[in-house]
Design a protein around this ligand. Structure first.
Ligand code: UDP
Ligand code: MG
Length: 315
C-alpha cells in the first residue's frame, strides 16, 4: 500500500534558506524512500507574506511534488501551519522549519514511530539551547513553567514544532475552529500518543530568526491566555485577600482607639494603600479586558489567513 507524507514548511523571508533546504531534503527523501517502501511525498511551502523573493524561489525549485500557498500578508507561523495542514493530503503530515534547525535526519525515526510503532505522533525537543542568547533561553524556560502551572494541558519545554502526525490527528487539529491558534497547546489538547525524540540544538543555516522579543512575548501571553483562565481569577484572589486585610486593619484601629485614643497618624500611608488598591484594580481590569478582546476577535470569525496565490489544484 502506498503511504503518503506531506511536509509542511512555513517560510517568512527565507529566499536564501529555501534552496539549501531543498538540496538537503532531496538526499534525505531518497534515503527515506529506500527505508520505507512505496513512500510518496509532497512538500507544501507556505509563504507567510514574505517581502523578499521567497515566493519566486519557491516557484522555481527544482524538485517534484512541490506545492505552495502564498499569503496576502504576514499572518504568523501559526496561521501558516494551519494553512499547510489544510492543504496536506498525505496519510502522515510533518511540519518543519526551512532553516534546517529541524534536522531532516530525524525524519526516518519519526516516520518509523508512526508507521511501525503505532504512535499517532512523533515530536521533537531540543535538549539544549546552545547558540541562543541566554536571556531568551531563561525567559523561554520561565514561560514553560508558567503555562504548565496555569493550564491543564502539558506544553513540553524545548518542544519544537517539528512533528509528524497521522491523518486522524491532523484532522482533529483541523476540527478546532479557534482563530487564535497556539499550536504548541493544540497538539497537547487533542491528545493522542506521542513519541518524543530528543536532539541537540542546531543553528540556523542562513538568515536571522524571525521572532523578535516582542513577537515572542505576545506569543507567550497568547499561549497562556488560550489555555488558562487562571489569570481571570486573579481579581477574586486579590479581592478576598484585601477584604481580610482590611477587616484586620479595622479591628486594629478600633482596638487602638479604645486603648490609647486616636493620635493623628500620617495620611501618607493611607495614600499608599489607596494607590496600591487602585493599581491592583487596574491590573485585574486589564486582564479581564485582554480576555474580552480575545473573545471579541473570536466572535468576528475572521479567517485565519488570506491566500494571495497558490499552486493550481490539478498540479
Ligand atoms: N515563520 C513564519 N512566519 C513568521 C515567523 C516565522 O512562517 O511570522 C517561519 C520561518 O520562516 C521559519 C520558521 O517559521 O521557517 C521558524 O522561524 P525562525 O527560524 O525564525 O524561528 P526560531 O527557529 O528562531 O525559533
Ligand atoms: Mg529557526
Amino acid at each position: 500500500m502506498h503511504k503518503r507524507l506531506s511536509i509542511v514548511v512555513p517560510c517568512l523571508n527565507e529566499e536564501k534558506a529555501v534552496p539549501i533546504f531543498c538540496t538537503e531534503m532531496k538526499s534525505e527523501l531518497k534515503k527515506l524512500q529506500e527505508q520505507f517502501e512505496k513512500l510518496e511525498y509532497e512538500i507544501i511551502f507556505v509563504d507567510d507574506g514574505s517581502t523578499d523573493e521567497t515566493l519566486h524561489v519557491i516557484k522555481t525549485v527544482d524538485m517534484p511534488n512541490v506545492k505552495y500557498v502564498s499569503f496576502s500578508r504576514n499572518f504568523g507561523k501559526e496561521a501558516a501551519l494551519y494553512a499547510g495542514f489544510q492543504k496536506a493530503e498525505g496519510d502522515y503530515v510533518v511540519t518543519m522549519d526551512v532553516d534546517l534547525q529541524d534536522p531532516p535526519g530525524l525524519l526516518g525515526e519519526m516516520l518509523h514511530a508512526v508507521i511501525e510503532e503505532g504512535y499517532d505522533s512523533a515530536a521533537t525537543r531540543r535538549v539544549n539551547r546552545i547558540g541562543e542568547p541566554p536571556v531568551r533561553s531563561f525567559l523561554a524556560r520561565m514561560f514553560y513553567k508558567l503555562i504548565n502551572r496555569l493550564s491543564d494541558i502539558e506544553v513540553v519545554d524545548g518542544a519544537r514544532d517539528y512533528r509528524i502526525m497521522t491523518r486522524r490527528m491532523v484532522d482533529a487539529i483541523l476540527a478546532i475552529p479557534e482563530r487564535n491558534r497556539f499550536t504548541k497547546g493544540i497538539y497537547g489538547w487533542v491528545g493522542f500518543k506521542t513519541k518524543w525524540i530528543e536532539f541537540e540544538n542546531v543553528e540556523r543555516s542562513v538568515g536571522e530568526t524571525k521572532w523578535s522579543f516582542t513577537k515572542l512575548f505576545i506569543y507567550a501571553l497568547d499561549g497562556i491566555m488560550a489555555y488558562s483562565t487562571v489569570p481571570l481569577s486573579f481579581a477574586t484572589v486579590i479581592g478576598i485577600f484585601m477584604s481580610f486585610l482590611s477587616a484586620a486593619a479595622i479591628l486594629f484601629i478600633v482596638v487602638r482607639k479604645l486603648l490609647i485614643g486616636d493620635p493623628t497618624s500620617g495620611w501618607a500611608s493611607m495614600i499608599c494603600v489607596i494607590l496600591f488598591l487602585g493599581g491592583m484594580q487596574m491590573f485585574a481590569l486589564g486582564i479581564i479586558g485582554q480576555y474580552l478582546a480575545k473573545t471579541y476577535l473570536e466572535a468576528k470569525r475572521r479567517p485565519v489567513y488570506i491566500i494571495k496565490e497558490e499552486t493550481a489544484a490539478d498540479d
